[in-house]
Design a protein. Structure first.
Length: 124
């Protein structure tokens, strides 16, 4: 039984995105992060998740558990506002969380246990 109907269960623990390591012009991602990312991609292939089915805007919902995650990807008829076409939503959310922490509104961004983020559609 799927605990989250409509969502695909991925039987692995999520790994936080690593920061690139290196000096000068030589940067790389840590091996453990790359291995986990490859394992996740392989799981998606084994679950027969359709590839390249999502070429336009999508809504992504993820629920993280201690030993699994649930993912739902749904195509949406949404566009990014003018002036934000090159921005990634995850980087914008990170900016807000970093500023909240820097302003002492929150002690640490690890306190955030739920995130909802969208592009305002009136600015298209």
């Amino acid at each position: 039984m799927n605990e989250f109907p409509g969502m695909m269960k991925i039987p692995m623990k999520a790994v936080p995105k690593a920061r690139p390591r290196g000096k000068g012009k030589q940067f790389y991602m840590p091996k453990d992060y790359m291995a986990a990312k490859e394992e996740f991609a392989e799981l998606l292939k084994n679950l027969r998740v359709p590839t390249n089915d999502f070429s336009g805007a999508v809504s992504l919902e993820v629920v993280f558990g201690s030993d699994a995650m649930w993912v739902q990807i749904v195509p949406v008829a949404v566009l990014k506002p003018k002036g934000m076409r090159r921005s990634d939503l995850d980087n914008l959310v990170g900016f807000v969380m970093d500023a909240l922490q820097d302003a002492d509104v929150i002690k640490n961004d690890s306190q955030v246990v739920s995130i909802a983020a969208d592009y305002k559609q009136e600015d298209l």
